[in-house]
Design a protein around this ligand. Sequence first.
Ligand SMILES: Cc1cc2nc3c(=O)[nH]c(=O)nc-3n(C[C@H](O)[C@H](O)[C@H](O)COP(=O)(O)O)c2cc1C
Length: 304
Amino acid sequence: MKLKNPFILAPMANYSDLAFRLLCRKYGASLAYTEQVSAIALSKENRKTLSMIKTCREDKPISLQLSGRDKETLLKVIKKYEENYDYIDLNFGCPSKKIVNCGYGSALLKEKEYVGELLEYLSSNMKRPLTIKMRSGFKRNESLELVKIMEDYVDAIAIHARTREQGYTGKADWNIIKEVKENVSIPIIGNGDITSPEKAVEMLEYTKCDYVMIGRAALGNPFIFEQCNDYHKNEKYKKYSLEEKKEIFFDYYKLLKKYDLLNLGLFKGQALEFFKGYKGSKEVKSKIVVSRDINEIIEIVKSF
Ligand SMILES: Cc1cc2nc3c(=O)[nH]c(=O)nc-3n(C[C@H](O)[C@H](O)[C@H](O)COP(=O)(O)O)c2cc1C
């Protein structure tokens, strides 16, 4: 994996749509992922799933993130869709009960032998590079052992430095990323608790990871990638005002329209992320939550 800069947008369900990815790329994200999609749903050409993986010429480089466990199903969808993506990523990190109960996501971290078998099978039968996004373990940190099993078959591994058991509690343990990076030769993408450009550069320097992946801090702040790159090069960066953020939000709206992706629920979610943390945000939030159409949300934002 060779990217133009170290700052990557994380896959995030209900947020990593094509329009949001394009916005983050405009501000310098060097790689973006689709949100995780079920290999089974994709194999059935489920309409909603297809809209979740929609991409375009400008949306590059792009990684298609799949969740699943059955070798044949995964290979079938990889073969069908890989031409349109630069990387195929497997989700070995999702902590949700629904996913874990199917044996997907972080549940796979409990099956080391099967993980090796699965990755060997997929990587030897596909054209595109395969990557992994994982938690540090299911109940305890086992990342080094897991990464050692995976490294022969994949081009990069993103590690969210929390166990499945931790959910989002506690702190991501960056020592885990540092330890893995010291012991393997493939690119390592560090992830977890990057809340600012300063933190992004701190993770790069402390863990020596190749890339850092930014999730929640990019929500409502697609320009964080510009800020990270500027801070990395010059130790300073531009801050964005509320008025500028509104402009960026309207750019997001235009992109959603252009790619036929407008959806009230998702639009509300993004609007809430863009306008939190300001004086008056509480009232705006309560108005957005009960709004019944997209134009109403636009008017609320305009008058904020
Ligand atoms: C709303 C939301 C949705 C997420 N969806 C996915 C997903 O589809 N696939 C995935 O691998 N991780 C997903 N994640 C996890 C993030 O990619 C990332 O690993 C995690 O948020 C930690 O990084 P952060 O501290 O920078 O947010 C999601 C996280 C959030 C907050």
